[in-house]
Design a protein around this ligand. Sequence first.
Ligand code: FAD
Ligand code: SF4
Length: 451
Amino acid sequence: MKNRAPRLTNEQYSCNFADIQKPLTTEQAVAEAARCLFCFEAPCITACPTHIDIPGFIQKIHNDNPRGSARLILDANPLGASCARVCPVEALCEGACVLNHNHEKPVEIGRLQRFSTDWFFERGMPELFELPEPNGRRVALIGAGPASLGCAAALRRMGYEAILFDRNPEPGGLNTYGIAQYKMTRQDSLNEVEYVKSLGVSVRCGVEVGRDVQTEDLLRDFDAVFLGVGLGGTHKLGIPGDELPGVVEALLFIRKYKTQSYGEVPVGRRVAVIGAGNTAIDAATAAVRLGAERTWILYRRSEAEMPAFDYEYDLAKQDGVIFQWLTAPVEVVGTGVVEGLRCVRMRLGEPDEQGRARPEPIPGTEFLLEVDMVIPSIGQEKLVEWLAGIDGLQLERDRVVVDPATGMTSVPGLFSGGDCVNGGMEVVNAVAEGKLAAAGIDQFLSARAAT
Ligand SMILES: Cc1cc2nc3c(=O)[nH]c(=O)nc-3n(C[C@H](O)[C@H](O)[C@H](O)COP(=O)(O)OP(=O)(O)OC[C@H]3O[C@@H](n4cnc5c(N)ncnc54)[C@H](O)[C@@H]3O)c2cc1C
Ligand code: SF4
């Protein structure tokens, strides 16, 4: 890297990556719980993809029963602890809270959920559920991310043996390797996996399905298989110079700082992030917090089309990230290493097939942005080639097609959910789809046993 940002002190790193949302004290949690109206047909429950009984768990906090509260949360969502930290609550439960209609602040559902799940983990995960005896039927799950963990926990609680295979050295999927550290640490994610394991679920890491074992073998050796492989790496920029040292794709950059000590992660003094989705924001804020002096986000459309949530956008602005709207990169320049990014100004033209205004370059507006590092964040690739290798598996727009009522794919006995099905949503959607597939697997195997 031509100009590397100077290392910060350990105290500065700790401060920069500290929890962005401070936990509530007991007094604060009880006071916040008292704001809930305990609605009869609570819209917050409908807005939660895993349908946690939100007024129910809040009532239990109010009644000084954190164990009962954690039980209600984890009954509906075994990844309730990570969801409490990472869910875009303003777009889900808190966005639906009736208090919004009175122009009041919604109940802080996410922070209350975190209060109860923190209580559970801080007390060493006391037993919450009686587990049934194993029913003798085994399900293999490919991937150990939120979708598979949600599915496995539900299966185990129905009596199935559930075994997860993941190619990563550690389980948890993007919860462990992708989500911004100031929202959830790698250890928070691993603790949650320990909870799922405590239900009797087995996890085998370092096993790549397709290399070490084949999907067909799993379909033969297990009663059913769940496919929770998520998405692939970040799309390449596809412009000259995008292979130069100093071009680091967003997911790899985030994974590095989540798995290495902060000072070891190379970051430029001047950094350009390409794209304006939530991952781009995470990469840009990480660059700032690792010591970059100036960080830009370049987006080829305008602020109005930006896919990132408002909350994420505000966070990036607070971190001093500079947004360059209607700007696209055309070439990464440098002799042996990134020295700059040639860009062009864009304007919005006719709508494309999805109805979004198509950006087009304005001739004669090229300019050079002097940067030492370029972080492409223009969406994740789908694992098309890998998925196409599964005999009989139907794909549509590069996503796995499932029956929405059961999660079963076009291959009998093969179920799926999470990012590889929905194209990339949130942790809570992956968990909900995993749960739905667990019910589908139960239905499928029960029907098979009855014939
Ligand atoms: C940078 C980033 C930040 C995000 N931030 C948020 C956030 O703040 N809040 C939020 O709710 N969501 C966030 N998300 C989205 C969220 O992380 C995903 O929706 C969720 O992790 C999807 O879960 P999944 O189980 O489908 O896939 P993943 O989490 O991707 O897990 C898939 C697992 O499958 C494994 N795998 C893949 N192929 C194989 C194979 N052949 N053999 C064995 N194992 C395999 C992978 O190693 C991985 O562990 C973020 C996503 C990204 C990329
Ligand atoms: S909508 Fe708001 S007030 Fe009503 S139950 Fe849910 S959190 Fe409580």
